[in-house]
Design a protein around this ligand. Structure first.
Ligand SMILES: [Zn+2]
Length: 173
């Protein structure tokens, strides 16, 4: 079918605006990423990991539709909104994936074990969206970031988290 010039412009405008509506949401922070950065952030999980479940998890997280107790208590599915690990603070993304004292220790262990100098300052934006760059090293770091967040999320009910301590006597591996 022949599409007239005006129709093509309209179609392009619709596509462009649809893309603009995509935002990075954690429910708290204003990240202020440019359109180009957002595009890269959404493409990142695909180039980072081959594990479908990890990619899917990161996409859902970026869209802000991964449900923590903060969401579930608002919907009335759970009795409180407290963190599944420390039971002290509201279970927001930022808290449960990074700021929780129990979780923070796991990040420190992983950073030390794999010598992840790129994320040693543990900035929330890096943990939430991953690092920019396309080197093998950056992809490796990003795959570990997604992996640990996935394990943190999936372990909320059991409360058992991995340890990166290689010492077989003290280690919890
Ligand atoms: Zn906590």
């Amino acid at each position: 079918m022949f599409i007239q010039g005006k129709s093509i412009i309209l179609l392009l405008t619709i596509c462009k605006n649809a893309y603009k509506s995509i935002q990075i949401k954690d429910g708290q922070s204003n990240f202020g990423y440019t359109e180009e950065e957002i595009k890269n952030i959404f493409l990142r999980p695909r180039s980072t990991t081959l594990i479908g479940k990890h990619r899917e998890f990161q996409y859902i997280l970026l869209h802000g539709v991964l449900y923590t107790k903060e969401h579930l208590s608002r919907f009335g599915f759970v009795g409180n909104n407290l963190c599944s690990y420390c039971n002290q603070e509201t279970e927001t993304y930022k808290h449960v994936f990074l700021q929780c004292p129990i979780i923070k220790d796991i990040w420190k262990e992983m950073i030390l074990y794999y010598d992840l100098t790129e994320i040693q300052n543990m900035e929330w934006a890096d943990i939430f969206v991953g690092l920019s760059g396309s080197s093998v090293r950056i992809k490796f770091v990003n795959s570990l970031i997604i992996l640990l967040k996935y394990v943190i999320f999936k372990s909320r009910n059991t409360g058992i988290l991995p340890s990166f301590n290689p010492n077989p006597i003290q280690g919890r591996i």
